[in-house]
Design a protein around this ligand. Structure first.
Ligand code: HPA
Ligand SMILES: [Zn+2]
Length: 313
């Protein structure tokens, strides 16, 4: 495996919407924002938990209206993540967050697919799209979304599960995940971010996911850790996200070294870089400063990211 490869496997493209682009798109689409300037908007980026972040994340998406907006968003991410050293990105998007406010699924998919189609040529980053179900919306909407994506032959590589976790267990989505698997899609789910270890068990046993997004709460359950190690289920960990959403107090609290020593397949990801203080390089820098991440550990994390990706290398 080449040493200079790095994959980002846990990135919500809407979470890469930086404040300057929010203002640019508001102007382009003749929308008025409830903030006078970028500083006033940035002052809102203080979160107490996942929901307090999601409220702003969904509100800011209002500026994303056309296929061009989505393409510009994704290109901005590819440009920045290439600088971070990322060579492959598997990108989440939240279709329901857009269709529910009147943006067509076609516009969303067309714009993102357009940027992905040229990401390697333009930025040296290979890419794939993963449509994520909003777990706090009705299950019927999730089924309809998958049907719509399949009907339009959307160029997606997988199905994911995100948004408010507690109270919305993976078990709700057994049918839609079974259908996605039958259609040859990869399947992943957010679990064990704020939710309990039981949600990780459910994601594995009921949804049969190939990766767990976040998953840091697995450490509360020794039998679960054993299972994740034995089956080498990748965990896409997001240190700065965990700090900003108060899952942990600081990066030192993330027992990353123990996770690696235990043999868990951990990778480092930015989740929502415009909201949580940076991209993959910023996450690595925080780990170096906070826990003295070594070059060997960094290399291990990079290798894990490539092995956990849905491309063959
Ligand atoms: O960290 C997250 N967790 C759940 N849903 C999300 N949607 C965007 N980011 C996240
Ligand atoms: Zn996430």
């Amino acid at each position: 495996m080449s040493t200079d490869q790095l994959a980002e496997l846990h990135l919500h493209i809407e979470g890469s919407l930086e404040p300057p682009l929010i203002f640019e798109l508001a102007e382009r689409n003749a929308l008025s924002l409830p903030y006078n300037d970028i500083d006033e908007l940035r002052a809102k980026y203080e979160f107490t938990d996942l929901q307090s972040f999601l409220d702003l994340y969904y509100a800011n998406m209002a500026v994303l209206q056309t296929a061009e907006d989505f393409a510009d968003l994704a290109r901005a991410y590819f440009r920045r993540t290439a600088q971070a050293g990322v060579t492959h990105a598997e990108i989440f998007f939240d279709p329901q967050a857009h269709t529910e406010r009147g943006v067509s699924l076609e516009a969303v998919v067309e714009g993102l697919a357009d940027a992905c189609a040229t990401s390697e040529r333009e930025f040296g980053v290979t890419s794939g799209l993963i449509a994520s179900i909003l777990r706090d919306k009705p299950v019927l909407h999730a089924n309809q979304l998958l049907d719509d994506l399949l009907a339009m032959q959307a160029p997606i590589i997988g199905l994911g599960l995100d948004s408010a976790e507690v109270g919305y267990p993976p078990s709700l989505f057994v049918d839609v995940f079974a259908k996605a698997r039958a259609e040859g899609l990869h399947v992943v789910a957010h679990a064990g971010e704020e939710g309990p270890p039981d949600y990780i068990w459910q994601a594995l046993d009921l949804l049969k996911v190939e990766r767990i997004d976040h998953g840091v709460r697995c450490l509360e359950d020794e039998a679960l850790v054993n299972r994740l190690v034995e089956e080498q289920i990748p965990l896409t960990v997001c240190p700065l996200s965990n700090v900003r959403l108060k899952v942990i107090d600081n990066v030192e609290q993330l027992p990353l070294r123990q996770m690696l020593e235990r043999g868990l397949s951990v990778s480092i990801n930015s989740d929502d870089p415009a909201y949580f203080g940076g991209y993959v390089d910023d996450n690595f820098s925080a780990l170096e400063a906070g826990m003295g991440l070594t070059a060997a550990e960094r290399q291990q994390l990079a290798e894990n990211s490539i092995r956990a990706s849905f491309v063959t290398v």
